[in-house]
Design a protein around this ligand. Structure first.
Ligand code: C2E
Ligand code: MG
Ligand code: MG
Ligand code: MG
Length: 270
């Protein structure tokens, strides 16, 4: 009896794994066609300065308008794109599209584009960025790329050198999701970042966690001496905004100001 149960369980798992593998292959095939079928969109979320007077830029966030599944969020397709290498073409598309759209913004605001650590494995990354700037005519200082700490964790591929080349183009470099993962303040010495974005988990926990607030303080304190701008991510209410201003954050992003929207619907004034 025990043996039979064991076997059934085994069969159940293999069947489930098979379904998962097929779903994945299906998604992968769909994703392969998503760009050429014009299903990818960039949504833009405003980033404001501390006066709350002006939107100084937008973060470009990818959305997949799947023909039968509807709107798919990046958390549900970026990992697959990274595993399959499709992130290289998706990432290049995002850079071109963001630069092209930003070039048309009357306010001349900046645009931030997320780069996956996998994109650093392509030696052509710098020329992809260069082509996006040249093709769109966007001024390099209006483009910012967001990377995560994992890019700095292993420098065997010369990621720091790639970052230096990007900076040499005039592009700004931001360290995203700071405080998560292997986070170490010593990373900030390995490259002269223009901005640090504090991960939204700290902003979310700030009001009832002394640890979260202590980390925010450590980051803002250090940024003052290093002369780096700090962006607070995931600001959802006035209370958080006021507190973060008090702690020395200079840039803000979150639902309190505006949600990500297509370029033509994006918030242009607060
Ligand atoms: P991220 O770069 O940290 O982007 C910020 C995420 O926080 C976005 O989620 C945004 O919609 C969400 N967010 C902003 N304000 C708030 C808030 O007040 N409350 C809450 N709860 N959430 C807020 P989204 O658009 O789902 O993107 C998730 C992640 O997917 C991004 O995190 C980024 O790592 C990745 N991603 C998005 N677009 C791209 C892309 O074009 N390329 C790459 N490589 N990754 C991307
Ligand atoms: Mg980001
Ligand atoms: Mg991120
Ligand atoms: Mg982030």
């Amino acid at each position: 009896e025990a043996k039979r149960n064991g076997r059934n369980r085994y069969e159940y798992f293999t069947l489930e794994m098979d379904v998962q593998a097929r779903t994945r292959r299906c998604m992968e095939n769909d994703l392969r066609e998503a760009i050429t079928e014009n299903q990818m969109r960039l949504y833009y979320q405003p980033i404001t300065n501390s006066d709350q007077q002006a939107i100084i830029g937008y973060e470009a966030l990818m959305r997949w308008h799947h023909p039968s599944k509807g709107l798919i969020m990046p958390g549900d397709f970026i990992p697959l794109a990274e595993e399959t290498g499709l992130i290289h073409s998706l990432g290049a598309w995002a850079l071109y599209e963001a630069c092209r759209e930003a070039k048309n913004w009357a306010g001349g605001q900046a645009v931030s584009v997320n780069l996956s650590p996998i994109q650093f494995k392509n030696s052509a990354l710098v020329s992809v960025v260069e082509d996006a700037l040249r093709g769109s005519g966007l001024e390099p200082w209006r483009l910012e790329v967001e990377i995560t700490e994992s890019v700095l964790l292993d420098d065997t591929l010369g990621n720091i050198h790639i970052l230096q080349s990007l900076k040499a183009l005039g592009v700004l470099i931001a360290l995203d999701d700071f405080g998560t993962g292997y986070s170490s303040l010593s990373y900030l010495r390995s490259f002269p970042f223009d901005k640090i974005k504090i991960d939204r988990s700290f902003i979310n926990d700030m009001s009832d966690s002394r640890e979260a607030l202590a980390i925010i303080r450590a980051i803002t304190g250090m940024s003052r001496s290093l002369d780096i701008q700090i962006t607070a991510e995931g600001v959802e209410n006035r209370e958080q905004f006021d507190k973060l201003k008090e702690e020395g954050c200079t840039l803000f992003q979150g639902y309190f100001f505006g949600r990500p929207q297509p370029s033509e619907l994006r918030l242009t004034m607060l």
